[in-house]
Ligand binder design. Structure first.
Ligand code: 1GP
Length: 253
C-alpha cells in the first residue's frame, strides 16, 4: 500500500465519497511570470493541487514555473508528464502514468524503465496511475502523441474492464481522460460505472468547461477533477469550479 501524503489524501476522498479539484498548467502555455497570480487564485479558491505537464515541453520553463508558484502557495504540485523529460524534483509528486487503454509498449513500460533511475533519485511521491484515454469527439494531442486509440465514449464496460485490470495490477489511481481540449468530456455514466466498481481513487479530466460539469462529474464519483484549457481562457473560473467540487462532496454525506 502506498503511503505518501498526497495519495493518502486521494484515498480519503475516495473513502468519504468526496472530491477535490486540480488546476492543470501546461508549461508551454503559461509564463513563469504568471505563476504567482495563478498561485494566489488557487489559494483563494482552496484548490487541492496544481498539476504541471503538457504534450511537448518546448519552453523548458517548467522548473521555473514551479518555483514561482511555490513562492506564493503551499498547494502541492503534481507532475502530469507528457514524457520522462518532464520529471523534476521541484514538484511534490508524480503521476507515474501507464497508458493502459493503449497498446503502445513504450507508454506501458518502456519510458518507465528508461526514467526509473531518475524517478527513484528525485524524492518525488510516486503515484502509480492507470491512465485511460476516452474518445473526446476530436483527435486530442494525447491520442496523437501516444499513437494509441482511445476507448469509445459509449463503451463504459470497456473502460471498467480496463480500470479493473489496472487496479488488479496494483495501480494506485485510475485517470479517465478525454484529452486536453476534448469536445466531449467523459460522460457521467462512464464515471459512475467505473467509480462504483473500483476501490482506488478516480481522477477525471479533459474538456470540462463549467462549474456545473465539475459538480455533475463529482456527483458521478470522480474523486479529483482536473481542468486546464477552460482555466487558461478564464482563470476566474477556478473559484467556482473548486467550490462546485466541494459542494458535490458535502451533498453526498
Ligand atoms: C486533463 O487533459 C486534461 O486530464 C485537461 O483537459 O485542458 O481540456 O481541461 P482540458
Amino acid at each position: 500500500m502506498a503511503t505518501g501524503k498526497i495519495y493518502t489524501h486521494l484515498r480519503s476522498l475516495k473513502s468519504q465519497q468526496k472530491s477535490g479539484f486540480a488546476v492543470l498548467a501546461d508549461p508551454d502555455k503559461i509564463a513563469p511570470a504568471d505563476m504567482q497570480y495563478l498561485a494566489r487564485l488557487c489559494n483563494d479558491a482552496g484548490v487541492d493541487y496544481l498539476m504541471m505537464g503538457g504534450s511537448l515541453l518546448m519552453a523548458h520553463q517548467m522548473e521555473l514555473c514551479i518555483q514561482r508558484f511555490k513562492t506564493e502557495s503551499d498547494i502541492p504540485v503534481i507532475l502530469f508528464p507528457g514524457s520522462s523529460a518532464q520529471v523534476t524534483p521541484f514538484a511534490d509528486a508524480l503521476l507515474y502514468l501507464s497508458l493502459i487503454s493503449g497498446r503502445n509498449p513504450e507508454l506501458l513500460i518502456g519510458q518507465h524503465v528508461m526514467s526509473a533511475p531518475q524517478v527513484k533519485a528525485s524524492g518525488l511521491e510516486v503515484i502509480s496511475t492507470g491512465y485511460i484515454i476516452i474518445d473526446g469527439g476530436v483527435q486530442t494531442s494525447v491520442s496523437y502523441m501516444s499513437n494509441t486509440m482511445p476507448i469509445p465514449a459509449d463503451k463504459p464496460d470497456i473502460a471498467l474492464s480496463t480500470a479493473w485490470a489496472g487496479e488488479m495490477q496494483g495501480k494506485h489511481v485510475i485517470y479517465l481522460d478525454a484529452g486536453s481540449g476534448a469536445r466531449k468530456p467523459v460522460s457521467p455514466e462512464m464515471i459512475r460505472k467505473v467509480s462504483s466498481h473500483i476501490d482506488i481513487p478516480l481522477i477525471v479530466g479533459g474538456g470540462i468547461l463549467s462549474p456545473e460539469k465539475v459538480y455533475e462529474n463529482c456527483k458521478a464519483g470522480a474523486n479529483l477533477i482536473v481542468v486546464g484549457n477552460a482555466i487558461e481562457r478564464d482563470p476566474l473560473l477556478i473559484r467556482d469550479m473548486a467550490q462546485a467540487a466541494r459542494a458535490a462532496e458535502s451533498s453526498l454525506q
